[in-house]
Write a protein that binds this ligand. Sequence first.
Ligand SMILES: *Cc1c(COP(=O)(O)O)cnc(C)c1O
Length: 452
Amino acid sequence: MSSLHRHIGMSKPSSERDDNIAWQAPPLPPNPFAAGTKVPLDPAALSAEELRIQRKREAALARVSAACLRRCPKNRWSWAEIDLSALRHNIQAFRQRLPQNVQLMAVVKADAYGHGSAKVAPLFAASGAAQFAVATVEEGIKLRKEGITKPILLLSEPPQESVPALLEHDLMPAVFSSKFALAYGECAASVNKVGTYHLAIDTGMTRTGLLPEEVCEFRRLLSFHRGLICAGTFTHFATADEANSWDFQRQNERFAQALYALHEAGFDPGLIHCNNTPATLCSPQTSYDMCRVGIGLYGLHSSALTKDLIDLRPAMSVRARVSRVIRPNVGEGVSYGMEYRVAKNNIQIATIPLGYADGLPRLLSGVMDVLVDGFRCRQVGRICMDQCMFEVDVNPRRMVRPTTEVSYGDLVTIMGSDGVNCISADDLAQLSGTINYEVICDFGLRLTKIYL
Ligand SMILES: *Cc1c(COP(=O)(O)O)cnc(C)c1O
């Protein structure tokens, strides 16, 4: 009995045990990256010129890889690299597009879209952001503790109980309920402060804000209050990233009508703003006084429509190092459920300490690739909470790496560039049926961030 058959005898239920039937690996699901990317390279078959180019490429890769490895955190071999020069480039690219009199509000909610607000917000403050936007009171307090002194807007209305914290840390809430506004004003007056706020208008997204027809009545109700100042009026588009959207036009018109009504009634709207990243790029006519830019500052597009309009550089890469590697026998299973089994000889199975709790979606199990030395390697087996595995085919003439096998400590790229190959946040988003926003936020949750 061969070792293969012995192995199968052990892993199959006894009722199905049959030493005479050769075990067959189940068919692999199609790998969307596979086509044309794993070029079998045999150094012996290369011409002198090809070999020279190959050596040069390897030397360049080795330098990049050595630089990455030096940055690797001490306690865990997986990390998110944040390229600060890319962030600087992106905010300058947006600044240059906006007229002098239009302010840029840097949206740094969710810990700067996973990039770490402690490092990112001061960089934006120094590179032309006039104001900041966050989603939660805690995020705002954190920014203040990190030394941000510019205005900070909370993009939605928090619970009334947070009013003292808002005043203490000078955070402007978005406001749309009179109960909240009055509580805010009362508390401000009682400590001899003024509560500044931005009035939120729901022009069609049906999320937060006053309806356009309620706006004047609302301002009238608050106008007697000496503890309140309206520092801004804004709305948010639901379809700014879609071409020729009728809904976008309608939101726009409703916003303009609400502003006109405020004007007619003699109310000062403060700073008027509505554009997010795609609207900033596609709809300069609705810039008003300020644009709220989020995803674009991190180097990503929310829509294919804007890709040709501005040159952005993705700031986040995700890397890891091989924490273990073996060459299992044919038939061995990999990871929970053993849905993947080694189907031929000379397959290396390498482990990296990065799993779904680090933001790598479990539903990408077996359908994603990682990059090693610029080559795509197929991730295999179910992605675990803190680790996952990938395979390297080291059969002669089938090697996905030209000259060497993968070994302990090697650099692995999960998102970002390595050599000529790149796996983008958009690639991962598309594979997992989501948007690049979610991909970068999730990678930011637990991974150590290394700033370049
Ligand atoms: C998140 C958010 C933004 C920023 O959107 P991007 O598409 O990332 O530019 C702007 N305004 C509001 C109200 C938001 O919630």
